[in-house]
Design a protein around this ligand. Structure first.
Ligand code: ZN
Ligand code: ZN
Length: 185
């Protein structure tokens, strides 16, 4: 059972500061925070989020490396069916001490600042990494046949399914016929 994420995703950098080379290992399972998703797919809130992270004190700040994994679930972009599979995301993120960032000559967009309280909240970083690891066009499986372009039926449910090309003049009649119960053959 995953603990509520609360402070479980917050690192206290006080012990690491000024001691380059010091390492901590963050291996725990927390609940996925809210908002780790896109429209079609995401990591459901409260599900297990497994952290396997190394927290390393470096001169500039704190370097976070490792992996996070959780079950992704959502809707297949082809057949609109449910999909769910584990997804592991690589993490590599430098958090910079505020005073270090001040004398940095160049802005590094990938850098994140550590606040004055020396607490590092991993939630926004993990959200960015995990959400951008989600597929743009999630599919339930590589061979997913999708939906019938004509009637929207899931092709998987009836692979033999096809439509005769009907003269538009007969289409109205065919619709009428489809409305009646047809005997199974
Ligand atoms: Zn599918
Ligand atoms: Zn069809």
């Amino acid at each position: 059972m995953a603990a509520p994420h609360g402070s479980a995703l917050v690192i206290d950098a006080k012990e690491l500061r000024g001691r380059p080379g010091t390492q901590q290992h963050l291996a725990r399972t927390v609940g996925v925070p809210a908002g780790f998703s896109t429209v079609l797919v995401g990591f459901p809130e409260g599900e297990d989020l497994e952290l396997d992270l190394r927290i390393e004190s470096v001169h500039e700040g704190v370097l976070l490396t490792g992996t996070v994994s959780a079950r992704m679930s959502g809707q297949c972009g082809r057949c609109l069916g449910e999909l769910g599979q584990p997804l592991e995301v690589d993490v590599m993120q430098l958090f910079t001490y505020p005073e270090r960032a001040a004398d940095a000559s160049e802005e590094d967009e990938d850098e994140r600042l550590i606040g004055e309280d020396l607490r590092i909240d991993l939630e926004p970083v993990l959200r960015d990494l995990m959400v951008s690891a989600l597929p743009f066009q999630p599919i339930c499986r590589e061979e997913c046949p999708g939906l019938c372009s004509q009637c929207g039926l899931r092709m998987e449910d009836d692979p033999e399914h096809f439509h005769e090309q009907i003269d538009p003049r007969w289409a109205a009649l065919a619709d009428l016929r489809d409305g009646l119960d047809e005997p199974e053959d």
